[in-house]
Write a new protein. Structure first.
Length: 149
């Protein structure tokens, strides 16, 4: 099941993704195993992005940025997305390693948003990030982690 693969990828791959993106020696001829894992995570991010309605997420982020609270509900997700959300929330609450990995992903994404929001064009760029595939993954993870409660 792709959902279980996604959850496993979050727990295992995100730390590898950060490692894989750090400058190192020139890559060998064959792609390293970390690269394949990162590609798998990227593919799964596309699947998660499909579980979230694009127009709804854009509207909800706009409302949230204007100060409204409790705008993020399970209605944001497709039926499959609701199942993924519940699975992630359950795992987040019960698995310390998974929780730390998700918190690290959320923290890094929020740091990115903070960095891009510093200039005049920043708010538009932040909105673009939030409605991107990785932004939708962030939205689901942060929502499941209770960040928007």
């Amino acid at each position: 099941m792709r959902l279980r693969a996604f959850i496993l990828a979050i727990a295992v791959v995100l730390p590898l993704r950060a490692f894989a993106q750090t400058p190192a020696a020139p890559p060998p001829e064959a792609a390293p195993p970390e690269r394949h894992t990162v590609d798998s995570l990227d593919s799964l991010a596309v699947d998660i992005a499909r579980m979230i309605d694009h127009d709804a997420v854009a509207e909800l982020w706009d409302r949230y940025k204007r100060g409204e609270r409790n705008v993020f509900t399970r209605k944001l997700y497709t039926m499959q997305g609701q199942k993924a959300f519940e699975e992630i929330r359950k795992r987040y609450r019960g698995d310390g390693d998974f929780k730390r990995t998700v918190d690290r992903y959320i923290g890094e994404f929020e740091r990115l948003l903070e960095e891009v929001s510093r200039d005049d064009r920043g708010q538009m760029l932040a909105r673009t990030y939030l409605t991107s595939e990785t932004g939708k993954v962030y939205t689901m993870l942060a929502h499941a982690a209770g960040r928007f409660d």
